[in-house]
Write a protein that binds this ligand. Structure first.
Ligand SMILES: Cc1cc2nc3c(=O)[nH]c(=O)nc-3n(C[C@H](O)[C@H](O)[C@H](O)COP(=O)(O)OP(=O)(O)OC[C@H]3O[C@@H](n4cnc5c(N)ncnc54)[C@H](O)[C@@H]3O)c2cc1C
Length: 400
């Protein structure tokens, strides 16, 4: 047998899991990724925010794991010299209609053990002089990091502890082998190998890997492209913290926000547009992905439920002016010339066959395999804690 455990996906969740498996089980681990380096998809294309747990339903896996994972991540960044900055964030209500939702966020945050302070417009102006709002929340714990750099540090660590990294190896088949105790045979473009156990952390392709392993839960990944702009260097000083709107409760994303990145740039976005390809960063169309999306009954049901918000997002994606109007509610001094296009990321959002968006993190098992089926934001912040949950599931499967 070539490996005790094979982890598919060298994103932050897969690498954190590989490390937990080495530490807790002393396992001989193989990490497989179709790309030539770690963290090139969601992990390397996000807002870089270490979330504090304000938004999530109390008791949900997101709420519990982000609290735990955040602490682990902050400690790891300091130990490994990965940049991390506890810059804090403000969530700003700019319309009277948002005040009730802001109140609810404040309650949620407190129930989740997050430090939250209510700001009047005067207090908001003192800490964010160029941001305007009717009321706001201040969350001092929110931080920023570079999740791609965290992934690279994890890859170095697991490789240093003996893991085999198989980059450039897209997994194309998974077969059960019962005769020789090998468990599974994993086929990749570069050859086949055997493993006793498998962990699927394939992000945007996790549903496909689950199906290859014989675990079809009916869940499909629906890709949502998040398109960003950034502020020109001369406008960066207009924001000091992370500045977020009150999220639209009809939509699972956080709304257009201004995020300071660890390199000093300030990103504005993202919006959320259905992508016609799981890696369609440049708005291209992937025929296979599109054909699967169209055939998926969950998408039609989803479209019926969210068509209005979906259309607003598509329109905003085509018009810098509309995006600008949204951001200017938060920072009225911004000029259109202060925004320049930046790169996009694509979120892997799991959707059930009945069209329900899976809100919480989701993990499932199949013979000899554990599958991370839904790890959207804040999974990067929570990754080290998610890794412990996945390892617990594998331990149960192994029956140790
Ligand atoms: C626009 C955007 C903004 C976000 N902002 C934040 C934020 O501020 N804070 C936060 O905590 N989270 C944020 N997130 C979410 C966060 O980025 C993800 O939850 C997290 O990166 C998921 O990590 P992952 O390892 O599961 O997936 P990924 O990073 O996508 O890794 C999956 C890996 O699997 C590999 N793979 C896929 N298929 C195969 C195959 N067949 N064979 C071999 N390898 C394969 C891929 O190459 C990839 O490397 C954001 C996400 C996006 C897109």
């Amino acid at each position: 047998v070539d490996a005790d455990v094979t982890v598919i996906g060298a994103g932050i969740v897969g690498l954190a899991t590989a490390r937990a498996l080495q530490r807790r089980l002393g396992a001989d681990v193989v990490v497989v990724d179709k790309e030539l380096a770690p963290g090139l998809h969601q992990t390397g294309r996000n807002s870089g925010v270490v979330h504090s747990g304000l938004y999530y339903a109390p008791g949900s896996a997101k709420a519990v794991l982000v609290a735990e994972g955040r602490r682990m991540l902050m400690e790891r960044c300091r130990q490994w010299g990965v940049p991390v900055e506890p810059c804090g964030k403000v969530v700003v209500a700019t319309r009277v209609a948002q005040i009730a939702a802001l109140d609810e966020l404040e309650r949620r945050g407190r129930r989740n053990g997050v430090e939250v302070a209510r700001l009047t417009p005067g207090r908001l102006a003192r800490i964010e002089p160029h941001v305007s709002g009717l009321a706001a929340l201040h969350v001092p714990q929110a931080a920023i990091t570079d999740f791609g750099a965290v992934a690279r540090s994890l890859a170095d660590e697991v490789q240093g502890d003996g893991a085999t990294m198989r980059y450039g190896s897209a997994v194309t088949s998974i077969r059960q082998r019962t005769a020789d105790g090998a468990g599974l045979e994993v086929g990749t473009a570069g050859g086949t190998f055997t493993t006793r156990w498998l962990v699927n952390c394939a992000g945007l392709h996790s549903d496909r890997i689950a199906r290859l392993a014989g675990a079809d839960t009916g869940i499909r990944i629906v890709p949502f492209r998040g398109e960003y702009h950034e502020l020109t260097a001369s406008a960066r000083d207009l924001v000091r913290h992370l500045v977020y709107p009150v999220p639209d409760p009809r939509w699972p994303f956080l709304g257009v926000h201004l995020t300071r990145m660890v390199d000093g740039s300030v990103h504005v976005g993202p919006n959320a547009v259905l992508a016609l390809g799981r890696e369609a960063y440049e708005r291209q169309v992937d025929r296979r992905d599109l054909a699967e999306l169209v055939a998926f009954p969950g998408l039609q049901r989803l479209a019926r439920r969210y068509w209005r918000t979906g259309i607003e997002e598509i329109v905003r994606s085509r018009s810098r002016r509309l995006l600008f109007a949204e951001v200017r509610r938060l920072v009225p001094e911004l000029g259109l010339e202060d925004l320049v296009p930046s790169r996009a990321g694509i979120r892997a959002q799991a959707v059930a066959a009945d069209g329900t968006l899976l809100d919480d993190f989701a993990v499932a098992t199949s013979p000899r395999a554990v599958h991370v089926l839904n790890a959207p934001s804040p999974a990067a912040s929570a990754s080290l804690a998610i890794a412990e949950v996945v390892t617990d599931r594998l331990v149960r499967l192994i029956g140790r």
